[in-house]
Design a binder for this molecule. Structure first.
Ligand code: AKB
Length: 319
């Protein structure tokens, strides 16, 4: 096996994916890369790092060639809320970055993982048990880039022989890295505020239902998909995966079981609410389950306990 390159290594997913890949395959085989410079402690990850702007073809070629890369996890992207504020930057990074990385994957015969999202769906998509293959007419620039990216990955796989695989990820919940610029960020922020202040003001309505997943399940899903027998994969790319369907009020009730007296109130942000309203309530991940045996390990209760246990090691209640 050759080496692995992770783009966007300091982002919400990358900062947990890199340590897990290093744990499984060896620290020296995983090259972390980001457009940001590492902090003095190396962002908590010991191992090779490359400063990389993945929208620059030459830079990507150079890193892949020099490190003998055979697999790329392409995580560099803007999330939905920030993409809506900066649509041109979202197109440049989300599409421009993927296009360059796919080109380099074709040239150097690398395998590629690409994270799509429930954001690839839109208001005309069936909102409940959203099928794997269905209507995709998103109304956000984030969703437009995700659908185009799914199609581009399919094209590179079918026509140009690149082993490109991917997931449609739901909102991800994690205690390691803060979420940044997403519509589902409330489901991370709520834990920090619950421990510090026993109070959280949510930017989505109490009944806004969205698919979510605990980060350890998401990381495992990515690595398992890349290891899956290609002979079993009918879809290969953009698999629906989910673990739980959460509303702010459901999540608050689960937290209250550990922090009695926790209070949630609501100041709805119309921009992020409109994005959430355009996404499904629950997606059907039976294709992932049957084609590569996907199964989540964390439900709402297990995730909530693990989040609070881990955050309590770092955070203190404010007085
Ligand atoms: C976001 O909210 O933008 C992401 C996503 C669901 O793709 N977490």
């Amino acid at each position: 096996m050759g080496n692995i390159l992770v783009t966007g290594a300091f982002g919400q997913i990358g900062s947990e994916l890199v340590p897990e890949l290093r744990r499984r395959f060896g620290a020296e085989t995983v090259i972390a890369s980001d457009i940001r410079r590492p902090t003095a402690d190396g962002n908590g990850t010991a191992g090779p790092f490359e400063h990389l702007d993945c929208t620059k073809l030459r830079q990507v070629q150079e890193v892949v060639r020099r490190h003998g890369i055979t697999t790329i996890y392409h995580m560099a992207a803007l999330l939905s809320a920030v993409a809506e504020e900066k649509p041109q930057a979202a197109w440049d990074l989300n599409m421009g970055g993927l296009y360059r990385v796919l080109e380099v994957a074709r040239e150097y015969r690398c395998r590629l993982f690409f994270p799509s999202s429930i954001g690839a769906f839109g208001p005309t998509t069936p909102p409940d048990h959203t099928p794997q293959d269905t209507i995709q007419r998103p109304t956000t620039i984030y969703g437009v880039t995700k659908v185009a990216a799914e199609l581009l990955c399919d094209y590179y796989a079918a026509r140009l022989g690149v082993d490109a695989r991917g997931l449609r990820l739901p909102g991800l919940i994690s205690y390691s890295a803060p979420a940044g610029g997403g519509t589902t960020d409330y489901a991370v922020d709520i834990f920090y505020q619950a421990i510090r202040y026993r109070h959280y003001t949510c930017f989505l309505r109490p009944d806004s239902c969205l698919d979510m997943m605990y980060m350890p399940d998401a990381i495992r899903a990515m690595i398992e998909l890349m290891a899956a027998d290609p002979g079993r994969l009918k879809h290969r790319n953009a698999f629906n995966v989910t673990a739980m369907q959460l509303t702010p009020e459901r999540l608050a009730a689960a937290i209250r079981r550990h922090i009695p007296g926790f209070v949630i109130d609501y100041e709805v942000d119309p921009e992020r609410q409109a994005i959430a309203d355009s996404w499904p309530n629950s997606i059907d991940d039976s294709a992932a389950r049957s084609e590569w045996d996907w199964a989540p390990r964390y439900d709402l209760a297990a995730m909530t306990k693990d989040m609070l246990d881990n955050l309590a090691k770092r955070l203190r209640p404010a007085n």
